[in-house]
Ligand binder design. Sequence first.
Ligand code: ADP
Ligand code: ZN
Length: 608
Amino acid sequence: MLSAPMTSNDALEILQTIYGYDAFRGQQQAIVDTVIQGDDALVLMPTGGGKSLCYQIPSLVRPGTGIVISPLIALMQDQVDALKALNLQAAFINSSMDARAINATEQALLQGDIDMLYVAPERLLMPGMLDLLDRAQIALFAIDEAHCVSQWGHDFRKEYLGLSLLSERYPKVPRVALTATADERTREEIANNLALTKAARFVSSFDRPNIRYTIGEPANPRDAMLNFLDTHHQGDAGIVYCLSRKKVEQTAEWLNKQGRVAVPYHAGLSSIEREQNQKRFLREEGLIVVATIAFGMGIDKPDVRFVVHLNLPKSVEAYYQETGRAGRDGRASNAWMAYGLQDVINLRSMMAQSDADEKHKRLENHKLETMLGLAELTGCRRQALLSYFGDTLASECGNCDNCLNPPVTWDATDAARKALSCVYRTGQRFGVTYLVDVLLGKTTERIERFGHDQQSTFGIGTELTANEWRNLYRQLIAKGVLAVDVDGHGSVQLTEQARPVLRGEQALHLRQLPKSETRAKRTGGRKKASVSISEQDMPLWEALRSLRKQLSDLAGVPAYVVFNDSTLADMIALKPRDSTEMANVTGVGAHKLEQYGDDFLDVIKAHD
Ligand code: ADP
Ligand code: ZN
């Protein structure tokens, strides 16, 4: 830490020399200044917005050690490695260490030799730890992933509630709480539960312009996903979310058979396996993690190029949080989702069966409705997402599926009437598969048994395919014209809203199924990543990446700890010839310049 007076000039100097960045982004400067002055701050910034610098730089400028409270022990090593790569003194204390290692770190803390110390909340609150902190000089407390303190949110951790004691025990130490969770209610709970109601608030725009949102309802989601990956993400790293453990396992296995490298991640794996797979994701390039929602919080990997959902998430918050893990480095990334009728049915019946109280159920249902609304939307997805979080986007984004390929709607009034009367005539006791068979006039054993082949709606729907009927039913369910039975059998019933449609008093215009994308040609072997580097610069890009891999393997750290993709891309743009020019590359600070500068300069020279 610096002993010079604390000014924001110091902060800028540190940003430029240590981190190698030209300027603060967005509200970083204001946040850093607030904390350096000793005031509390509540920071709401989207993933990739640059939250870490908001506490790291004040930790360096203020005397003493910055205590960083972070929920996931498994990630502390990487966080500390990234700081060490900048020649900063960082450490953690957690349960994975033996007594000797803990003791050594404690001594270093007391001697003032540590810039930043990472601890999990449960560790921080242990009496021994608090005694230790009483004796140390503390620059600040940073409470990362602060939404964990909110019971309303989706990552609640009860240990976080104990953190309110920091304000009483260390009234003079500034506290900065940070989160990427955007909604108003979570925000208020963070402020209340952490005693930060008087803290300065910094709310950034939650837009992630580099992420392209696509939500579709392909007949075969897995094939559609592979097609999407082959077209846009050969050799890229990404996350595929599924709802169940079984589907996670199956999807990972299937991807491997298709020649991609994929590993599963879910709560049913042993903690060793989970940790191993997470580590591989951080270390290796181009790895796909297929996961339940249990994966991803706090993952700082900046070059996740895509996030796929093979199931509908339970809420827009969850969707935004999960998709937000793509493209932290600001480079173009994709959020791609495939969902279908079964998702809607499953989620609806899961909620109906949940043993939460009525109020909670209503809330969950409302969240699901909103998510469904987003999925079925025909307008700009980004505008809808941002307005959900209380942000506005004046014009359409031009970077979502609906902006890029405005959906074609069709007059589904007549078809909907047929679909609804089929529900009615068969007694509101059957699921969609059965109903579609009746409409198409299939004589199955069941249909004959119930006598529905004699019934007026039998065979009246041959103008549409089975898939088109399923699609129509899904939209009717999503719109609330039909309700799904809670018994888990998925039978559908008419709601009040069905009446005007059945009577022909209300016209329905629905999304048309898009023509299936033509399949990209698949090439064998290891594929090149899909970054926006010109064809001509590709050999240099590959050479820089391979050098980075060598260096990171040697140091035993993830590749991005050496340099991230943005830095490599900037090297290609600037083609520095000496170390002075190399220092201008974004992300090249003094220490990394000294450590790696010559190696990278050599490679650039060789490709001149
Ligand atoms: P968050 O924690 O908000 O998701 P990070 O702190 O991990 O975001 O920052 C995201 C990326 O942006 C990192 O690669 C980081 O180094 C980079 N970054 C942050 N601030 C700046 C800045 N002022 N200039 C350039 N790059 C920055
Ligand atoms: Zn859009």
